[in-house]
Design a protein around this ligand. Structure first.
Ligand SMILES: [Zn+2]
Length: 122
C-alpha cells in the first residue's frame, strides 16, 4: 500500500484543528448535559471537517506521489545524494517503470519545472 504523505500530513494537521473547535464548543455548551454537549460538538465538527476531509482525500492538487531514496546516483548530474522521482499525478504515471530514474534535489526541481511546462500537474 502506498501512502500519499502530503495527504497523510494534512490529515494529521486537520485532527489537531478539530481539537480546539470541539473544546470551544464544549465550553460554550458547558451548561448542557455532558452527552448532549458532546453530541452537538461532534455534529458541529462533522459539519466543518467533512469538507476539509473531502478536500484532503479528493483534491487533485495533492495527488502527486513521490518516491525518495537515499544514496542514489542522480540520473542527470551523477551526484550521489538523496534521490527523488515523481511516481504519479492525475495525468502522469510512472508507477510501473522498470528502470526508475532518481534525481538529486537540484536536478529534480529542474525536471519538475520541465514537466510543468509540458502540462503535468505537479
Ligand atoms: Zn543531479
Amino acid at each position: 500500500m502506498r501512502v500519499n504523505f502530503r495527504r497523510y500530513f494534512l490529515y494529521l494537521c486537520r485532527w489537531q484543528l478539530s481539537t480546539p473547535v470541539l473544546a470551544v464548543v464544549l465550553v460554550w455548551l458547558s451548561t448542557f448535559n455532558k452527552w448532549t454537549a458532546v453530541i452537538i460538538a461532534n455534529l458541529i465538527g462533522g459539519l466543518i471537517f467533512f469538507w476539509v476531509d473531502r478536500f484532503i482525500f479528493k483534491s487533485k492538487l495533492l495527488s502527486a506521489q513521490w518516491e525518495i531514496k537515499d544514496n542514489i546516483k542522480c540520473s542527470d548530474c551523477a551526484e550521489i545524494a538523496r534521490g527523488y522521482r515523481l511516481v504519479k499525478t492525475s495525468n502522469y504515471d510512472k508507477s510501473e517503470d522498470k528502470m526508475p530514474k532518481f534525481r538529486c534535489e537540484k536536478c529534480s526541481k529542474k525536471k519538475t519545472k520541465l514537466l510543468r511546462t509540458k502540462g503535468i500537474k505537479v
